[in-house]
Every structure is written in C-alpha cells, then in structure tokens.
Design a protein around this ligand. Structure first.
Ligand code: AHM
Ligand code: MG
Length: 341
C-alpha cells in the first residue's frame, strides 16, 4: 500500500457534526461555537510557537518587523479569543481571566443570543519562556437573563450548568479535549493538514493513582487533613500508592491532562491561613471538573463538589482537588473527620 493512501479520519469538524446529528432539533449554533474554539486555538498556537522570537524581538524597542507593538502572549491569546467570539452570532457575553469585567457583546437581536463563553486564554503562561506546555481552557453556558444586555448573573452559574467545557494543550503535540456531557473526547492536531484528528475517544481516567501532583513548597501552608492526605499517598503503606510518583509541572492544563491519561490526583488546596485557593472557579476549575467527572473522576474543594459551587464573583478562587474518584472520596473523608474532631 503506498504511503500516500488517504484514510478517512474522524476530524473535530466531522465528530462535532456527528454529535449534533443526534439532536435533530439542533440548529448547529452550539457546534459552530466549538469549531470556533478549535480555530482560535490554531491561531494561538501559531503565536505560541513564536514565543521565543516575540521575546527576542521585544528587546529591540518592543516593535516587531511589521511595526506592530510586541505583546505578552497571554494578552495576544486573550485578543484572539475575544475577536473569535465577539462578532459571532448567538454569543451574548464573554469573560476572561485577563479581563476584570465581563465583556458585553452588542446584539441587534439579543433574544437570539443564548450562549456565554468563559475562558483562560493561556493558562500556565508564566512557564512559556521555558518552553513548558501551556493551554487554553473554555467553558460554554446558556445565558439565564433575558434583557438586552448580559449581566453578571449570566456568568455566576454553578459549573453543573455548563453545556460544554474543554481545553487545548499546546505541548509536544497540540490536543483539543472537550465534553458536551457525553464523554470526553480528544483530538490531536495534524500540523501537516491543520486539522484536529480524533485520537482519544471517550477518555476514562485509569483506575490507578499513578501521579500525585501538587506544589510541594506550599506543604507547610496546607491544613492538617490536606497534609495527612498528601503524606498518606506519598509515604503510606497502602498497596494502591506503591507505584505513585510525584509529578508537578506548574501548568494546570498540562498537569490535568497527564493525570487524565495516567490516573492520579492534582491538588491546589487552600492556604490554611487565608482559606483561599489559587485557581479560579469559573474558567479554570469548573471546566476541568466537568471533564474529570465525564471521564469517571471527581473534583472537590474538600467540602463541596466543584460543580455545585454557586459563584459569588467572576474571578473567585477555590481550593481545587481533582482526579480519580477514589482519591477524591478519601480526601473528602479526611477533611470530614478533621472537621468533626
Ligand atoms: P495563571 O492562570 O496565571 O497561568 O496561573 C495558574 C497556574 C496554573 O497553570 C498552575 O496550576 C498554577 O498556576 C501553578 O501555581 P504555582 O506556581 O503556585 O504552583
Ligand atoms: Mg490560568
């Protein structure tokens, strides 16, 4: 068989269309939104691949050869995400880690605009100078108000109300991973043809705790049950953790993605003094929690399921422990026991 033989691969486009055809009443609006995330991610990727060059060129007066102002990559990624959805029908509002306020999308017929999109345009960007994997996280929800403009209320919804969530990881290969509540599916970008190809259908977190992921330098700041949990997994005698290894990149999408494929637990718990976590609920924790649950895992603060939290503000931070169901149950049990004593 010659190497050039065409094989009919499942692309992101065709897969989304197939999922849409399961809902005959669907108008394809939502499918279009997902496709646009795919498109935006390719534009972000093209910029991320010039990361080193942007830095180098930036030293010379911060203006590139085209005479454009040099910008940090997370700002560039934010602009790309905004412009991708700003003029798209049916999108009513946006929220981004990079923007203090919600972004209104002006509509002549607001009654036809039923979706809002939240995103972290380039998570882990502090690692980018060291060529570490970064990612774009997104969450799609239906608006809940019916006025002419979207309001904060449209955004402050529980994660359980998400209609889709996912991320793109820009790593040794680029992958688009998403769920619409019907399993988790992963697509790998074939750079030669510029298409995402289905490579990981119906991802399930393997039932083993291969990786334990946390920023260990915070150990002294964690509360007692959290330290107990970390010690139990890392140093305890439980057979299940004999082969567990510590792995922490410090880039959420990359840490989450590895654990999704290998099994394990990632945690960014609260600082015991402030009671606050670091990661943001609406566009970091909730989308990853939906993916984890759809893959058979779970996500918690220790006291509450992440998807049940009713946010009170846009950039709210929560403790975030995510991974295999068994480890999340164990952590919640340790927290409950500590609360009782
Ligand atoms: P960012 O959104 O500003 O990139 O910060 C979030 C990142 C996550 O990617 C990662 O899990 C975490 O911060 C790492 O934090 P730390 O350096 O404290 O371990
Ligand atoms: Mg982030």
């Amino acid at each position: 068989m010659p190497n050039s033989a065409w094989k009919d691969f499942e692309t992101l486009e065709s897969y989304i269309a197939k999922e849409q055809s399961l809902h005959p009443q669907s108008r394809g609006v939502f499918s279009n939104l997902l496709r646009r995330v795919g498109l935006a991610s390719k534009v972000i990727l093209s910029k991320a691949q010039q990361a080193g060059l942007i830095g180098v060129l930036g030293q010379y007066g911060k203006v590139n050869v085209q005479g454009e102002q040099q910008m940090k990559l997370d700002v560039i990624a934010n602009e790309i995400m905004k412009s991708t959805f700003m003029w798209m029908g049916h999108v009513f509002g946006l929220a981004s880690e990079e923007e203090e306020e919600i972004i209104q999308v002006e509509r002549r017929q607001p009654e036809n605009s039923e979706y809002i999109i939240l995103f972290d345009p380039l998570d882990g960007s502090s690692n980018i100078d060291a060529n570490v994997s970064v990612g774009t996280i997104f969450s799609i929800r239906r608006r809940v108000t019916n006025g002419g403009r979207c309001t904060l209320e449209d955004f402050l919804q529980e994660g359980s109300k998400q209609v889709a969530a996912g991320y793109v990881i820009y790593g040794s290969s680029t992958m688009f991973v998403y769920t619409t509540g019907n399993g988790v599916h992963g697509f790998t970008l074939d750079p030669m043809i510029g298409e995402y190809i289905l490579s990981h259908e119906n991802i399930r977190i393997p039932d083993r705790c291969k990786c334990f992921s946390a920023n260990d330098s915070n150990y002294q700041k964690w509360d007692e049950p959290t330290r107990e949990f970390a010690d139990y997994i890392r140093y305890g005698d439980d057979e299940r953790y004999k082969k567990t290894t510590s792995r922490y990149i410090g880039s959420l999408v990359a840490d989450f993605h590895r654990n999704l494929l290998y099994g394990g637990v990632f945690m960014y718990p609260a600082d015991a003094k402030t009671g606050k976590g670091k990661l943001r609920l609406l566009y970091e924790c909730a989308p990853l929690a939906m993916l984890a649950e759809q893959a058979g895992g779970a996500a918690t603060t220790g006291r509450e399921r992440i998807l049940d939290i009713k946010p009170t503000h846009l950039h709210e931070r929560v403790p975030f422990i995510v991974g295999n169901r068994q480890e999340i149950d164990l952590y919640e049990k340790m927290v409950r026991e500590a609360d009782r004593s």
